[in-house]
Write a protein that binds this ligand. Structure first.
Ligand SMILES: [Zn+2]
Length: 285
């Protein structure tokens, strides 16, 4: 599972951990305080979308034509027609907020685990015995026949949205992305009983269309990470130690427990504790 592939994309070289999230390894680091919304490795690669404004338009719409400077006429009927909207869900909201580290002074970090290919009963025992809170970003295609396992996992934190089929959302446009996100939310709500309010985009790839689509589905946050635990060592996006509010990314896999033991020891050594992401990023009203 630790297979890495190097890709050259806009914004720098990226490493892909097979099965999931894309790790910016050599992309320029954002300056302090400016990381919200600027870490997108690929952003929306849609032509003509450099400003990001296209996300504000419903798919297929063009900006309303501007009146020419010589025109003295009242606005044309086209301006009075209601604009089609990209609303995909009754609970639709504005664009979701991007987060890769929680703004807090508490010496806390948050454990997030992605995908859901592996269901290891020993993991539940380990997490429960050690009172480790975990936020799961679940890919719902792995739910069939295993929902009971994920219901147990949800008791340790919550099960949030990692789409249905794990696509690169920016390739789908806002409508296609909303389909993936809304469908995953419905499945998790039906099977687990909690309605997700956070999305982790597959491979970490997101853009304005992703933020908009997440909002269309009623989600509040698109959650990246600031620390990864791909094997026995941490990869910090900033510096070489934990920072308050760090979000740790790892995946459900066979060899997770020994790596979590290393994580616990290191957090303790640095004076940090794990907290519930749900407490620090609760659903917005
Ligand atoms: Zn993933």
């Amino acid at each position: 599972m630790a297979l890495r592939i190097r890709l050259a994309v806009a914004g720098g070289a990226l490493a892909v951990v097979a099965g999931c999230s894309m790790l910016p390894v050599s992309a320029p680091q954002p300056s302090s305080g400016a990381d919200q919304g600027t870490l997108s490795p690929a952003a929306d690669a849609r032509p003509g979308d450099a400003s990001g404004e296209a996300a504000a338009l419903a798919p297929g719409t063009s900006p309303a034509p501007q009146a020419s400077p010589t025109s003295h006429r009242s606005p044309q009927p086209v301006a009075t027609k209601p604009l089609p909207t990209a609303v995909a869900d009754p609970g639709a909201k504005g664009p979701a907020e991007f987060v890769n580290r929680v703004a807090t002074k508490d010496k806390v970090a948050f454990l997030t685990l992605d995908d859901g290919v592996v269901t290891d009963p020993n993991l539940i025992t380990f997490l429960t015995d050690n009172k480790i809170p975990v936020t799961t970003f679940f890919t719902t295609m792995y739910g069939d026949g295993h929902w009971d396992y994920w219901r147990q996992i949800s008791q340790l934190g919550s099960v949030q949205n990692h789409t249905v089929y794990h696509p690169t959302l920016t390739k789908l446009g806002e409508g296609g992305a909303a389909e993936e996100i809304c469908s995953a939310n419905k499945a998790i709500t039906a099977e687990i009983g909690n309605t997700p309010w956070m999305l982790r985009p597959p491979y970490g790839v997101y853009g304005d269309s992703t933020l908009a689509a997440a909002g269309d589905c009623g989600l509040d946050y698109v959650v990246h990470w600031s620390v990864t635990l791909p094997d026995e060592e941490f990869h910090f996006q900033e510096g070489d130690h934990f920072l308050p509010g760090d979000i740790i990314l790892s995946h459900y896999r066979d060899d997770l427990v020994p790596h979590l033991k290393i994580m616990l020891a290191e957090l303790q050594r640095q004076g940090f504790r794990l907290a519930r992401l749900e407490d620090y990023l609760p659903p917005k009203p």
